[in-house]
Design a protein around this ligand. Sequence first.
Ligand SMILES: [Mn+2]
Length: 374
Amino acid sequence: MRDYWQKKPLLIRQAFPDFVSPLDGNDLAGLSLEDLVESRIVLEHGETPWQLRNGPFTEDVYSTLPERDWTLLVQAVDQFSPEVAEVLEHFKFLPNWRIDDVMISFAVPGGSVGPHYDNYDVFLLQAEGQRLWKVGQTCDNESLLLKHPDLRILDDFKQTDEWLLEPGDMLYLPPRLAHWGIAQTDCMTWSVGFRAPSTAEVVSHYADFVARFLPDEQRYTDADMSPASDPSYIRQEDIQRLRQLLNEQLNDDRMLLTWFGQYMTEPRYPELLVGSEISADDLIQALHDGAVFTRNPTARLAWSHMQLDTEPAVVFFVSGNSRILSEHLVQLLNLLCNADAMHIDNLQPWLNDPEATTLLCELVKQGSLECLDE
Ligand SMILES: [Mn+2]
């Protein structure tokens, strides 16, 4: 973290020794046929240079592709494959609300999406075959791009290094570092991608959030202002009033935490969160009968402390919602956020606590906790 995170690339040979991918190119192609899955194919020599095709695809697409120089990319495979989601267990040294998804690409020899840069950190895990990764300059919004309607390919790639990645090897790249991965054999790469809201998003979304709580009657005021000498002139004191108004509204730490937690836990595919009504009694009975609950991979969870006027509390964020809870539930939140499974053995201490059982029922109702079918 000190030397590399957000700073410079790091090649980790055999980060995952003897890594065996739980899915192959055919499985990935299968996913690309599904409506809900975001997929793309990039052909370097298609009908146009660097042709982009967007999924979902039909099976016959794969019989028309050339032998070389194309890549299939499938977003958020972790949402659809628990085996893929497991890789995220190895990234717990980073906040999970910074993680975006595991994107998987499959490429035939020569396959590449061209030299480019991303605005996000990424860990590139070689899952199958060999890919040559070239890295180059740090880019910015003035870096020259090829004229292309959809893809942001660098016009000028200044290579500084290159590494051949074998299965199990992993390369970390900080944001905005130019990179270019070229498949040497049929190859599969898992990209553990991170997300960071743009400053523009933070400013505009947070301002919108704050504004939702402000009545129309609350306005710019200027009681006791001095008489205008030049009525067209905006004075320093007018700007000072504006500055004070903004400071008062934007400096509330509880508000900021509430917005941030909700924003960063918004699920990528909310339609995959399907819950069902359950009463506390039924939930407790089900647990005694052996029911096992897990987090829905779509659910995003986070929590923090929040100092209320009266007492210390915690705030729990679940898939874009927040709820304030008593501090004594911290251990339960740890369990909900981290345990592989929730069952009678680890939930027992909470089943006589109405605040805890209400929370559990809400999570089931919301679809964030799912009952595993025995
Ligand atoms: Mn990239």
